[in-house]
Design a protein around this ligand. Structure first.
Ligand code: IPM
Ligand code: MG
Length: 357
C-alpha cells in the first residue's frame, strides 16, 4: 500500500476550520483508492509566534523537508502588524518557501460555470477562461538585497531590490515552457522591460529559451498592460509567466475571473523538496472561528496535492468533482452567495462535500 507523510499547516484565522474539512475528504479518497495518508500538524505564522515565538519554528521546517507533501491553509493576523518584520506571520511563509526552495508557484484560474454570476466582471468576458499563472516565488524584490530603512541627511529612506540572475529566470521559464507544452502551447511572459533592467534580463532569457522551443507561441507583455488585459480579454491567455511581485498582484486580480478568490488553489514546487499546496486567499481574521469560511480553495489545494504531489489522479478527480457537484446544487458560503442559492457555513459545506464524494 502506498504510504504518504503529509504535513498539515493550519496556520492562522480560518486556517484550522478549512483544514479540518480538507482532511476529512482526504481520508475518504485515501481509503477508496487504497493508499495511506499520515498527517502531522505543525505550527506556522501567528499561531507559531504565540506558541514558540517564531513564525517558522525549526521543527516545522524539518518536518516539511522530510514529508511527501505539505498542505498549508493560511497565515496572517492584524495582531502582529506592529511586530518587527522577522516576527511577523508572513515571514514564516516566506522562509518556508525559500527554505524548501519552492521557486515555482502555479496558480490555475478556470471559470467555474456555477459561479459566473458571482464575479463582478461580465459573463461574456469571463466565460471559458482557463489560464495558469506561473509565478517565480523565491527571488525578485521579495528576497533581494540590499533592503531596509536608513536615515539619509535627516530624511528616512526605505528600499528593496528587485533582482534576478539568469539562472533563476531560466529555471522558472523552463517550468512555464513545460506547462505550456502540456496545455495550449501559448506562453505570455509579463515584465516591465520598458523601465527595469531586471526585466530586460528576464525578457532576454525568455527569448533565448523560445528559440529552442519552436512548438510554443511566446509573447511578452508589460505588467501594466497585462493587468488591464486580464480583466478586459482574459481568454487570450494560456500560461502567464512572471516574477514574484507581479505574480502576487496579477494572481489576486485573476481570482475575480473565477467568481471568487475563495476557490483558487495553488502549488509551490522546487526540485529537491516536497511541494507545498495552499489556497491563494489569506487567513480572513474577520470571520475566523465563526464557521463562515469557504473551504473550497483549501479542498481544491488538497486535490492539487493529490494530483501534482502524490500522483493520485483519480483521488484528485473525485474531490474536484465533489466541489463541482455542490456548487451546481446551489450550496454556497457567504462570499459566493447569490439569489436562489442555499447559504451554508464551513462545516456544513464540508458535510455536503462528503456526501457528494
Ligand atoms: C500570496 C500571499 C503572500 C505573498 C503573503 C501572505 C506573504 O499574498 O501567497 O500571494 O505575498 O506571496
Ligand atoms: Mg498574494
Amino acid at each position: 500500500m502506498a504510504h504518504y507523510r503529509v504535513v498539515l499547516l493550519p496556520g492562522d484565522g480560518i486556517g484550522p476550520e478549512i483544514t479540518a474539512v480538507a482532511r476529512q475528504l482526504l481520508d475518504v479518497v485515501a481509503q477508496r483508492y487504497g493508499f495511506q495518508l499520515d498527517f502531522e500538524e505543525q505550527p506556522i505564522g501567528g499561531s507559531a509566534i504565540d506558541m514558540i515565538g517564531d513564525p517558522l519554528p525549526e521543527a516545522t521546517l524539518t518536518a516539511c523537508k522530510t514529508a511527501d507533501a505539505v498542505l498549508l491553509a493560511a497565515i496572517g493576523s492584524p495582531r502582529f502588524d506592529n511586530l518587527p518584520r522577522e516576527k511577523r506571520p508572513e515571514t514564516g511563509l516566506l522562509k518556508l518557501r525559500s527554505g524548501l526552495n519552492l521557486f515555482a508557484n502555479l496558480r490555475p484560474v478556470r471559470t467555474v460555470p456555477a459561479l459566473i454570476d458571482t464575479s463582478s466582471l461580465k459573463r461574456e468576458v469571463i466565460e471559458e477562461v482557463d489560464l495558469i499563472v506561473v509565478r517565480e516565488l523565491t527571488g525578485g524584490i521579495y528576497f533581494g538585497r540590499p533592503k531596509g530603512r536608513i536615515e539619509v541627511n535627516g530624511d528616512e529612506r526605505g528600499f528593496n531590490t528587485m533582482t534576478y540572475s539568469a539562472s533563476e529566470v531560466d529555471r522558472i521559464a523552463r517550468v512555464a515552457f513545460e506547462i505550456a507544452r502540456e496545455r495550449n502551447g501559448r506562453l505570455c511572459s509579463v515584465d516591465k522591460a520598458n523601465v527595469l533592467d531586471v526585466s530586460q534580463l528576464w525578457r532576454d532569457r525568455v527569448d533565448a529559451m523560445a528559440r529552442s522551443h519552436d512548438d510554443i507561441d511566446v509573447s511578452h507583455m508589460y505588467v501594466d498592460n497585462a493587468a488591464m488585459q486580464l480583466v478586459s480579454d482574459p481568454r487570450q491567455f494560456d500560461v502567464l509567466l512572471t516574477e514574484n511581485l507581479f505574480g502576487d498582484i496579477l494572481s489576486d486580480e485573476a481570482a475575480v475571473l473565477t467568481g471568487s478568490i475563495g476557490v483558487l488553489p495553488s502549488a509551490s514546487l522546487g526540485s529537491e523538496n516536497p511541494g507545498l499546496f495552499e489556497p491563494v486567499h489569506g487567513s480572513a481574521p474577520d470571520i475566523a472561528g465563526q464557521d463562515k469560511a469557504n473551504p473550497i480553495a483549501m479542498v481544491l489545494s488538497a486535490a492539487m496535492m493529490l494530483r501534482v504531489g502524490l500522483k493520485q489522479n483519480s483521488a484528485a478527480d473525485d474531490i474536484e468533482r465533489a466541489v463541482d457537484t455542490i456548487l451546481s446544487s446551489g450550496f454556497r458560503t457567504n462570499d459566493l452567495m447569490s439569489d436562489g442559492c442555499i447559504p451554508l457555513g464551513c462545516r456544513a459545506m464540508g458535510e455536503q462535500l462528503l456526501k457528494a464524494l
